[in-house]
Design a binder for this molecule. Structure first.
Ligand SMILES: [Cu+2]
Length: 166
């Protein structure tokens, strides 16, 4: 009895996983369609570390030029703001606040740093990498020299480490 139940549960899980794979594969594979990803902004009162209590999820995203990113929950507490020091020259800065949902299209290759205006100091930052840009060393230097709280700096350094070790 018990084993039947667990088998059927396992089958159900497997089915769900296949469905997810199928759909994300379709999105990534369509050559001319603009791909879209979603980033949520989380307040987690159960987080054990302050750096995890407020966060972008995911906080590291890679895109192809022309792709779109949709930010959820830029409301009350959370915002999505460009970090000007970590942003390609000539690309307009992003400022999203008081929006349930807002989308940004990334046409230019490059590194794009974001912070939540309120929680950036607690490490609520994220990195978007569009295409395969050069200049990771310059980005690291910009992170080390820009005006920022320690946790914000550590957050960006960690994200760049993840990009370079990927
Ligand atoms: Cu926030």
């Amino acid at each position: 009895m018990t084993s039947d139940l667990s088998t059927s549960t396992r089958r159900q899980v497997l089915k769900t996983a296949v469905a997810v794979l199928c759909c994300s594969g379709m999105t990534g594979g369509a050559a001319n369609a603009r791909a879209s990803q979603t980033v949520d902004q989380i307040t987690d009162p159960h987080a054990t570390a302050a750096t995890n209590m407020f966060r972008f999820e995911p906080d590291f995203v890679t895109l192809s030029p022309g792709d779109e990113l949709t930010f959820l929950n830029s409301r009350s507490d959370h915002t999505v703001h460009s970090v000007p020091e970590l942003w390609p020259d000539g690309v307009p800065l992003v400022k999203i606040a008081h929006k349930k949902e807002a989308s940004v299209t990334f046409d230019r290759e490059g590194f794009y740093g974001f912070r939540c205006r309120r929680h950036g100091r607690y490490g609520m930052v994220m990195l978007v990498v569009v295409g395969r840009p050069g200049g990771a060393d310059e980005l690291r230097e910009a992170i080390e020299t820009m005006r920022a709280k320690p946790r914000e700096r550590t957050g960006f350094t960690g994200l760049l480490d993840r990009y370079q070790s990927a």
